[in-house]
Structures are given as structure tokens and as C-alpha cells.
Design a protein around this ligand. Structure first.
Ligand code: UT7
Length: 322
């Protein structure tokens, strides 16, 4: 096998400040028991006033680079997935390139909402498979807390901040086995975040906050993630019993449990971080992956299924032989 994208480093960063369900119930009409029962979330992290997607990405990326034991200047492509970039431009990828002091590489952002890291890994995989890149840094970094309306109980209970990273290297050994990504914008109104500065007159009253029809999104997410699991297994001629770990997007414990049930996997084979992180959008899958690699759950040679679903709608999966 030549030109396979092998994971040689992982990293993750969560801001220091913890926001509990109790604290949120002082802001909106909700309760710890409602949030835990309906979502599985107990606490989430909130970025400090001077933190940004790029500053958090730098910390996660540096951990991944250190684990890989490479010089940052060996990286030839940086892809940052974010829906909360520091600036409209330059891209957060470019800002990260500067922070990592990489003189000569390509850097750009991918915007696929909560599926962003899977989309970014898919792009990285294509670059490596084709021989166009040798070492690719993929980061998901999000400051969701600044896109959330803290008076809207249907969204503010869900989201958190953080960054996750993986470093991929062209290798003869197995790595990413396949990626599968999809979009369907017929659902654009179910989950969106306006950009008021470029709004048309008819939309100029919209504020720049996340808006979500939660229960509709929930239903589509469960069905769609079930389909992507089938698609991924079929493309690899793999039985579901071969999957060692499921690393799902951390949106809601009930969505994750439905996917695990479809795979006939017990929940102790599922990497869960949402209890103390909430939904960190594009960072979530990489944060979870990093956690399970670093605590020794995910071992070299094991088969890992990553999947995510988000605004667009977008959805995708990556099957990895770690
Ligand atoms: O990451 C991107 C993709 N996003 C997702 O996958 C999120 C998908 N959606 C969800 O996770 C769930 O739909 C939510 C957690 C957002 C909501 O849970 P639900 O079980 O779907 O609740 P619901 O929206 O159907 O609302 C049920 C009830 C409603 O009251 P009534 O109409 O039954 O009286 C809501 O007004 O719960 C009420 N409610 C709340 N009550 C207390 C909604 N939010 C809250 C709240 N606290 N925070």
C-alpha cells in the first residue's frame, strides 16, 4: 500500500473555564436534569476573552506535532475546520501557519459546520493519496460560545469551545481506509448561523447567533448517521463486528446511542466526551479521538470509525486503521 494517510500525532485543547448546567439554568428556563436527560451534557468549556480559534488550534496542533516528533516545517498542508474563524480572512489556517512559524506550506479553512473535521480529513486523504502532499495537519477549532445566544435555551445548553488536531503522513502502512462526505442544503433553514455584516435587507435583522430546529435536526441526524455507517462498511467490505472504536460527533448522547445500536456496539466501545465538553462542532471528533489515543484506549492496528453530522446539512465518516 503506498500513499496511505497514517495518523502520526494527535492533540487537543479545552479552555479552562467550565460552565455547568446549574450556571446555565440561572440564565434561561432550564434545569440540570432536563439537560442531562435530553443531551447527556453536564458541563462545557468556555474560551477566555483573549482566546480565538487560531490560538486554541495552535495548542492542539503543537501537541500533535510533538507526538509525531517532527519539525513543523515538514508540514506541507494545513487544513483548519472552523465555523468561528478569527477573521473572515486571512483564513484561520493561515493564522495557524504564522503561529507555528511554518515558512512554506499551503494553508486554508474548510467550512462544513460540525462535519468540518471529517471533511478536512477527507481532503487531506485525497492530497496524500495522490502524492500531492506528504504531511498534512488537520485541525478543528471552535469558539461556539460566541455564536450562541445565551438567552436561547434550545441552543445555549448544547455548545462548548475547544480544538482538536491530527497530523497525517504519507505512509506505506495502513491509515485512513476511506472517507465519505455528503451535503444537502435543502435543510439549510434547520440549522444555521447568520453573518449579519453581509446580510441582505430582508435578513438584516438577523443576529449572528446559531438557530436550530432541534428535534427536526435530531431525526435527520439519526437516520443519516445510520446510512453513513452502512455506506462506510460496504465500501470497505467490512462487517460491523470488525470496528473496535466508534468516535462520533458529540452532539447528543441519544444520537450517539442510536448509531452505536445500529453497529451493535456496546457503549464502552464508543468514545464519549460530551458529558464535560458539550458539542464543540468541528473540534468534537478530533478532541474525542485525541483523548482515546492518549489514554491508551485506541491502539495501533485497531479499526476506528469517525462520523459527524452538522449544518448544511453536511455529514461524513472516516474509517481508520490506527
Ligand atoms: O451538532 C449539529 C447537529 N445538532 C444536533 O445534532 C442537535 C440535535 N438536537 C438535539 O440534540 C435535541 O433536539 C435537543 C437537545 C436540542 C432538544 O431535545 P428534544 O428532546 O428534541 O426536545 P424538543 O426540542 O422536542 O423540546 C421538548 C420540550 C419542549 O417543550 P414542550 O413544547 O414539550 O412544552 C421545549 O420547549 O422541551 C422544551 N425545551 C426545554 N426545556 C428545558 C427545549 N429546550 C429546553 C431546555 N430546558 N433547555
Amino acid at each position: 500500500m503506498s500513499h496511505c494517510a497514517r495518523i502520526i500525532g494527535t492533540g487537543g485543547y479545552m479552555p479552562e473555564t467550565i460552565r455547568t448546567n446549574e450556571e446555565i439554568s440561572q440564565l434561561v428556563d432550564t434545569s440540570d436534569s432536563w439537560i442531562v436527560e435530553r443531551t447527556g451534557i453536564k458541563t462545557r468549556r468556555i474560551a477566555g476573552p483573549e482566546e480565538t480559534a487560531a490560538s486554541m488550534a495552535e495548542i492542539a496542533a503543537t501537541q500533535a506535532i510533538d507526538m509525531a516528533g517532527i519539525d513543523a516545517n515538514e508540514i506541507d498542508l494545513i487544513i483548519v475546520a472552523t465555523g468561528s474563524p478569527d477573521r473572515v480572512y486571512p483564513s484561520t489556517g493561515c493564522l495557524l501557519q504564522k503561529r507555528l512559524d511554518i515558512k512554506n506550506c499551503v494553508a486554508f479553512d474548510v467550512q462544513a459546520a460540525c462535519s468540518g473535521s471529517i471533511f478536512a480529513m477527507s481532503i487531506a486523504d485525497q492530497y496524500i493519496k495522490s502524492g500531492a502532499a506528504n504531511k498534512v495537519l488537520v485541525v478543528g477549532s471552535e469558539i461556539c460560545s460566541r455564536l450562541v445566544d445565551w438567552t436561547d435555551r434550545s441552543t445555549c445548553i448544547l455548545f462548548g469551545d475547544g480544538a482538536g488536531a491530527v497530523l497525517l503522513e504519507s505512509s506505506g502502512e495502513a491509515g485512513i481506509l476511506s472517507t465519505h462526505i455528503h451535503s444537502d442544503a435543502s435543510y439549510e433553514d434547520m440549522l444555521y448561523c447568520p453573518n449579519p455584516q453581509v446580510a441582505t435587507d430582508s435578513k438584516k435583522d438577523e443576529q449572528g447567533f446559531i438557530s436550530m430546529k432541534g428535534s427536526e435536526v435530531f431525526k435527520v441526524a439519526v437516520n443519516t448517521l445510520g446510512r453513513i455507517v452502512d455506506e462506510t462498511l460496504e465500501a470497505n467490505g467490512l462487517d460491523k463486528s470488525r470496528i473496535d472504536w466508534l468516535v462520533p460527533h458529540q452532539a447528543n448522547i441519544r444520537i450517539i446511542a442510536a448509531t452505536a445500536k445500529k453497529l451493535k456496539m456496546s457503549m464502552d466501545r464508543v468514545v464519549l466526551t460530551l458529558e464535560n465538553q458539550g458539542n464543540t462542532s468541528s473540534a468534537s471528533v478530533l478532541l474525542a479521538f485525541n483523548e482515546a489515543v492518549r489514554d491508551g484506549r485506541i491502539q495501533r492496528g485497531q479499526i476506528v470509525l469517525l462520523e459527524a453530522f452538522g449544518a448544511g446539512f453536511t455529514w461524513g465518516s472516516a474509517l481508520i486503521k490506527y
